[in-house]
Design a protein around this ligand. Structure first.
Ligand code: DX5
Ligand code: ZN
Length: 216
């Protein structure tokens, strides 16, 4: 499968979000990544459901929602109502992860489980059969524009190996500090979906940057 690019709107211009979404619509981006933060699970607050709903109305690409919040299972109906394609919940935020990913799928969405940089992939051994995607954080979640954690490349390769050994087709998404250089190495290690925030939105020509990321 050709890899997918999911630009993160967290690095967009919040006064002109519609223009940014239209840029995404007209670009080669495959998905749109939406980062929801609560100031509890992560030390920052981004945006919530009113913004998700508004973007959902104009976005023509599948929305990939990354919930950096405690108790994400409480908000499955709200995320589904925004038109989201994929709902990512953090492993570290879910006491009953199997119940949560099952409920996400029952609500009509794809289910993703996200790991913080310090969380070992071995913890996925028994949930891998029930999720559509694993999102590996390659920065500590909470902010755009942070430095890529090198260890993420080797972690991606180990996860790819684990998925293949089980005969599964679970997607691997990587999020944080991705650019053309780190992106290439992640793809070589087995990543399927790259989330890219700062590198796209703060480039002189975001549409062209997305094209270059697609060509990796
Ligand atoms: C970080 C978010 C990311 C962020 C990535 O907590 O989950 O999606 O927007 O931004 P960059 O690509 O700038 O690291
Ligand atoms: Zn994210």
């Amino acid at each position: 499968m050709k890899h997918l690019i999911s630009p993160s709107l967290l690095s967009g211009d919040f006064l002109h979000l519609q223009e940014d979404v239209e840029m995404i619509n007209n670009s080669e981006a495959d998905w749109l990544h939406m980062d929801v933060m609560d100031g509890v699970f992560v030390p920052n607050i981004s945006f919530g459901f009113p913004v998700l709903n508004a973007v959902g109305k104009v976005c023509k690409k599948p929305m990939d929602v990354h919930l950096m919040i405690v108790e994400p299972q409480k908000f499955i109906p709200e995320v589904a109502a925004s038109g989201a394609y994929m709902m990512n919940v953090h492993y570290e935020a879910c006491l009953h992860l199997h119940r949560t990913v099952t409920a996400i799928r029952e609500a009509g969405m794809k289910a993703g489980v996200t790991l913080n940089p310090h969380t070992p992939i071995t913890l996925l051994e028994d949930i891998l059969y029930d999720v559509d995607m694993v999102l590996l954080m390659s920065v500590n979640p909470g902010f755009g524009g942070q430095k890529f954690i090198e260890h993420s490349v080797e972690k991606t390769a180990r996860l790819k190996d684990m998925i293949e050994r089980k005969g599964l087709h679970t997607l691997i998404q990587v999020d944080g500090g991705v650019n053309l250089e780190t992106g290439k190495r992640l793809l070589d290690a087995g990543a399927d979906v790259l989330v890219v925030g700062n590198f796209v939105f703060n480039s002189p020509d975001p549409c062209q940057t997305i094209k270059e990321l697609k060509e990796l």
